[in-house]
Design a protein around this ligand. Sequence first.
Ligand SMILES: C[S@@+](CC[C@H](N)C(=O)[O-])C[C@H]1O[C@@H](n2cnc3c(N)ncnc32)[C@H](O)[C@@H]1O
Length: 268
Amino acid sequence: MAAATDSDAENRRKQTIMHMRTKKWARPELAACPFYVNGGEAERGAWRQRFAHPERPLHMEMGCGKGVSTARMIADNPGINYIISDMSPDVLGTARRNLLEACGEDPENVQILRTDICFIHRVFGPEDRAERIYIHFCNPWTEHPKHAKRRLTHPRQLMQYREFLQPGGEIWFKTDDDTLFEDSLVYFDLCGFETVYLTHDLHRDGFRPNYVSEHEKKYMELGVPIKAAIFRMKAEQPDFDPTRYRLTPGVRKAALERLDRETASFSG
Ligand SMILES: C[S@@+](CC[C@H](N)C(=O)[O-])C[C@H]1O[C@@H](n2cnc3c(N)ncnc32)[C@H](O)[C@@H]1O
């Protein structure tokens, strides 16, 4: 059998990514939802006060989509506060319904946020102190290099997350896309995160807990191995501006070779 190429992977992606139709009910249902926030700038620095137990750990999900796995995770972890975010009201409308089904009518440990994560520094500040961020199957933006800055793992975004992650806070990342995964390993390294877990085949590795997301399920069914990593934020800020850094092939190769040596003990 011929080896799968990048364009095969891209075609699979195009065939499998669901194009959400506008859902007329989504906006009114979200507007009436007491745990929905549109925009979020007014809450900056005061997000914890929106929860019944502000002192509890705060976990966030960036680009949650329809929240299929997110809803199960939130139901299983009532002692953790969650903020789940996406830019699309249509997917968030479905996420809200999934949450109600999994957690009941009035879940006290979740807020749904509609916002553009590329400007997330306007929405969260250091006082919000997140312990963990999940980024699952973000759009890989591999077709044109100039689009890479829109990736939810691009240094432009990672340097914003640094502002509101607690020291030692973690980012949990999953993707089907090899190019996005390798580029992201370099991005996290540049932005002052250490890799504490890494696998090129999450399901073979048997990592737990793992809540299978909508996109994860699709790629599993196609036989695409799921790549995953956990990154921990180091206290020291990078001593240069990674958002202006050009990821040339030479820089990328050297960084990946070094990271490969450093993470040789990880499975997958
Ligand atoms: C490929 S889907 C993945 C959904 C879900 N995490 C999963 O694993 O099934 C990517 C999601 O990220 C959202 N997204 C992409 N760019 C975003 C941005 N800049 N701000 C907020 N959401 C974004 C999209 O609307 C979409 O719902």
